[in-house]
Design a binder for this molecule. Structure first.
Ligand code: GTP
Ligand code: MG
Length: 217
């Protein structure tokens, strides 16, 4: 997949502003300051497409970017302690509305490679499972630890979310590590979504199901 000249489309403060589009939507979720906007810039190979900041809580809106073959949505970060309760509730509502109202082709769940996932990270992953939203786990900021530790530390972080080292893509917005793998995962999710859905289940008989059970036993 070629990513050609990604552009910013629009921001949404709440569900009224959510983008209506026929393109596959990929969203990037993660706690405040984990590096969502930097990750998007890394994918775009543009320094300033999405606004980044060392101050957590910078992205308070859903920001949509057109990546040609798909739309990328940069979601407001969760779990930032310094935000007023009312503001937190507003973010939570926006996120919940987003997941309910958007037909998501792939969610990219970001976690910081240096730290164990937070309770909020766990809630996020549980939420994606519970709504059966396809997702990949991606760790950010791999350049901040020794190169030799990246694989094992990635596996450690994944294990805390009941996943394995094969289920996490370790990335760095600084070095571009993991970019190709992430793009391949996005491509795969789009292909699955576009695959013709001849409903094979229609042809399943009770006998087939019994055969399947026997095979499992
Ligand atoms: N070294 C390093 N720094 C990173 C990386 N990704 C993000 N950062 C830094 O982490 C800080 C937060 O990055 P953002 O991309 O703004 O994080 P965010 O998740 O979009 O934050 P909010 O929008 O506030 O939720 C910035 O100072 C970035 O420069 C990375 O891969 N390596
Ligand atoms: Mg951001």
């Amino acid at each position: 997949m070629k990513i050609v000249n990604p552009t910013f489309i629009t921001s949404a403060a709440d569900k009224k502003g959510f983008l209506k589009t026929d393109k596959p939507v990929i969203c990037v979720a993660g706690k405040s300051n984990v590096g969502k906007s930097s990750f998007i810039n890394m994918l775009a190979q543009r320094k300033k497409l999405a606004k980044t900041s060392s101050t957590p809580g910078r992205t308070r809106l859903v920001n949509y970017f057109d990546f040609g073959e798909f739309i990328l949505a940069d979601l407001p970060g969760y779990g930032y302690a310094q935000v007023a309760k009312s503001e937190k509730q507003r973010w939570a509502k926006t996120l919940d509305d987003f997941f309910k109202l958007t037909d998501i082709t792939l969610a990219i769940s970001l976690v910081d490679i240096r730290h164990d996932p937070t309770e909020d990270d766990k809630t996020m992953v549980k939420y994606l499972y519970s709504k059966i939203i396809p997702f990949i786990l991606v760790s950010t900021k791999a350049d901040k630890i020794a190169k030799t530790k990246v694989k094992t530390q990635g596996a450690h972080v994944a294990s805390k979310l009941a996943l394995t080292g094969n289920d996490i893509i370790c990335t760095s917005a600084e070095t571009g590590l993991g970019r190709d793998q992430v793009i391949a995962a996005i491509q795969k999710a789009i292909d699955i979504k576009n695959a013709p859905t001849d409903d094979l289940d229609d042809d399943l008989t009770d006998e087939d199901l019994l055969d399947a059970k026997d095979a499992q036993a």
